[in-house]
Design a binder for this molecule. Structure first.
Ligand code: URA
Length: 279
């Protein structure tokens, strides 16, 4: 029997890949010959053959809703200008964390327990941008540590990436558009996104990843100025001057498990692009 070697899968990654297949609903092996999921070009070609023709890649353009947003204050400093100046002064990720923690012009800060900055390996080639902390993240002060975060960890482990590893090749770095939990986990408002966007832009510059993953609508609104994640997902775009892949948010995948098949295709596309860019 022909042997297909997986690329440097250690026991944890192999287990995560198996768990992910179980998440996808796989209950048994079918067919006589093994299919290597890491045989990316063939696997993707087969999956794409079954899908409608792709639309052109999303182009980054100024967010319409961000362009018209004006701070609602009659007096006092312009919160977006203050954020921009503070972000531009930051020379390191530690500076940036301090600048965000000191920024008092976003109302969300008042209701949050923690300022949730980032997690993972800042030297990673992949940076994931989510929406905002939920309850668990607010309590623990780290992004993506609740149910959605556990699914996200499993998804990325299945393509050999983890937030724990010190090795930049096998790591990811993760943050959110907003560092404070919106009350009741409501959607971020355009003004909140506009205020925190200068910090996010600087965050990407300082972490300097090769590739960005935009997890869900808020990340696409902030980074691409576009919403409609079900239309955008899986199509490479450009955000903050580098390739960015919109994906459905793991919280959505928990509610809509049938969407995991497309998420797997997106993960494979990410793995393939990383391999193609390998230093
Ligand atoms: N959802 C997000 O987008 N970010 C988190 O940190 C947690 C859940």
């Amino acid at each position: 029997m022909e042997h297909h070697a997986a690329p440097d899968l250690d026991a944890d990654a192999a287990l995560a890949a198996l768990e992910w297949l179980v998440e996808l609903g796989v209950t048994e092996a079918v067919g006589d010959a093994p299919v290597n999921s890491y045989d990316l070009p063939d696997t993707l070609a087969r999956m794409r053959a079954a899908e409608p023709a792709p639309e052109p890649a999303a182009q980054a353009r100024p967010a319409p809703e961000l362009a018209v947003v004006r701070p609602q204050r009659e007096e006092g400093p312009d919160p977006v200008a203050v954020a921009r100046a503070a972000a531009e002064r930051a020379r390191s990720l530690d500076d940036l964390r301090e600048a965000i923690t000191a920024y008092d012009l976003c109302e969300l800060k008042k209701g949050a327990k923690s300022t949730v900055f980032a997690d993972g390996n800042p030297k990673a080639r992949v940076m994931i941008i989510g929406e905002a902390p939920g309850r668990d993240e607010d309590v623990q002060g780290k992004p993506f540590v609740g149910r959605a975060g556990h699914l996200l960890d499993k998804m990325f482990a299945a393509i050999g990436l983890s937030r724990e590893t010190p090795d930049a090749e096998g790591a990811f770095y993760i943050t959110n558009v907003l560092p404070w939990r919106p009350p009741g986990n409501r959607d971020p408002e355009p003004l909140e996104i506009a205020q925190m966007l200068p910090f996010l832009r600087r965050h990407v510059e300082l972490a300097d990843p090769d590739l960005i993953v935009l997890m869900g609508n808020a990340a696409c609104a902030a980074a691409l100025g576009q919403r409609g994640i079900l239309r955008l997902r899986g199509k490479w775009a450009e955000a903050f001057g580098r390739p960015a892949l919109p994906m459905t948010h793991p919280a959505y995948l928990l509610r809509q498990p049938h969407a995991k098949r497309e998420a797997w295709a997106d993960l494979l596309a990410l793995r393939a692009r990383l391999n193609a860019l390998a230093p």
